[in-house]
Design a protein around this ligand. Structure first.
Ligand SMILES: Nc1ncnc2c1ncn2[C@@H]1O[C@H](COP(=O)(O)OP(=O)(O)OP(=O)(O)O)[C@@H](O)[C@H]1O
Ligand SMILES: [Mg+2]
Length: 264
C-alpha cells in the first residue's frame, strides 16, 4: 500500500507512485511514492539495504518494478529500456565508477553524448562534412563541462589513471555530457576525504546554478545531504518513512529510530 508522506506538488518533473520491487522473498521497495520538482535537489537517505540504489535502478530501467508508476513530465518510464530513458533525459552516476579506464577523459565525456549524435562518435571519426561539423559541436559542449568542473589538467589522461576524487568528478562530467533533465547521483562522495567532499559539494551547487537541472542525490554523508538538499526522502527497509525539508527530516522520530536502530 502506498504511504502518502506529503501532498502532491503541481507539475512535478518526476512523479513516482506506489513503487514496489521484489527479489524473490525480499521486498526491496514497498509502495514508495515521491515527486521531484523542476530544478530541485532531492535527496534519498536510509540505512544500508534500505532500497536507495533500487529506486535508481527502477528510474533508469535496469529493474522493472512489479507495481507502481514512474512518470517524467507526464510520460511513463516503466517498461522502457535504459537507453530510451537516457534519451528522455535521465542520466546517472554509479556507486562504483562507470568510466572506461583506457579512454581519455575527453573520450569518456564524448561517449556520454553518444545518444545525442546523429552520426555516432565512431562514424564521426571517419566521415567528413556533416559528421565532422557535428563532432565539433559536441566537442564544444564537452569542453564547457570540462571547464565547469575544472577538469582541464586531466583532459588527455586515461580515466583509469585519474586520482579517485577527480575520477568521481569526471563521472559527473560524463553524466552531464548527456544533457540530462534529471541527474541521479549514487553516493557521489563515497570514499572521499573531507577536502574532496567539500569540492564535490561546491561543484554540485555550481552545476545546479549553471545548468538548473533537477538532481536526486543518494548519500550516506548526512552533513552533505543536509547542506545541499531542498527536500529529503527517508527510506527504511524499502518503505518511505518521511519526506520533507532537511530540518524536518533531522528531527523526525521515525528517521532517528531507523538510524539508531541500524547503529545498535
Ligand atoms: N539484484 C538483486 N537481487 C537480489 N536482491 C537485491 C538486488 N538488488 C538489491 N537487492 C536487495 O534489495 C534491498 C535494497 O538494496 P539496495 O541496493 O537498493 O539498497 P541501498 O539502500 O542502495 O543500500 P546501500 O546503502 O548499501 O547502497 C537489499 O535487501 C538488497 O539485498
Ligand atoms: Mg546503494
Amino acid at each position: 500500500m502506498e504511504r502518502v508522506t506529503e501532498p502532491p506538488a503541481p507539475n512535478p518533473l518526476l512523479e513516482v507512485r506506489d513503487l514496489t520491487l521484489r527479489f524473490g522473498g525480499v521486498t526491496a521497495l514497498d509502495g514508495v511514492g515521491f515527486a521531484v520538482r523542476h530544478g530541485e535537489l532531492f535527496a534519498v537517505i536510509g540505512p544500508n539495504g534500505a532500497g536507495k540504489t533500487s529506486i535508481f535502478n527502477c528510474l533508469n530501467g535496469v529493474y522493472r518494478p512489479q507495481q507502481g508508476t514512474i512518470t517524467l513530465d507526464g510520460r511513463s518510464l516503466v517498461g522502457r529500456a535504459p537507453a530510451d530513458i537516457a534519451a528522455m533525459g535521465v542520466a546517472r552516476t554509479f556507486q562504483n565508477l562507470g568510466l572506461f579506464g583506457h579512454l581519455t577523459l575527453v573520450e569518456n565525456l564524448m561517449l556520454g553524448r553518444h545518444h545525442l549524435m546523429r552520426t555516432g562518435f565512431f562514424a564521426g571519426m571517419f566521415w567528413w562534412g556533416r559528421a565532422k561539423r557535428e563532432e565539433i559541436t559536441h566537442r564544444a559542449a564537452v569542453e564547457e563541462i570540462i571547464e565547469l568542473l575544472e577538469l582541464e589538467p586531466y583532459r588527455r589522461m586515461p580515466a583509469g589513471l585519474l586520482p579517485y576524487g577527480v575520477a568521481k568528478r569526471a563521472e559527473l562530467g560524463r553524466a552531464l555530457a548527456m544533457e540530462p533533465r534529471l541527474l541521479l547521483l549514487d553516493e557521489p562522495v563515497a570514499g572521499m576525504n573531507l577536502e574532496e567532499t567539500e569540492d564535490t559539494a561546491r561543484y554540485l551547487l555550481e552545476v545546479r546554478r549553471e545548468l538548473g537541472l533537477a538532481m536526486i542525490l543518494v548519500e550516506h554523508d548526512m552533513s552533505l545531504v543536509m547542506d545541499l538538499a531542498d527536500r529529503v526522502l527517508a527510506l527504511d527497509f524499502g518503505v518511505a518513512i518521511a519526506t520533507g525539508e532537511p530540518s524536518e527530516i533531522q528531527h523526525d522520530p521515525q528517521v532517528i529510530e531507523a538510524y539508531l536502530g541500524g547503529a545498535a
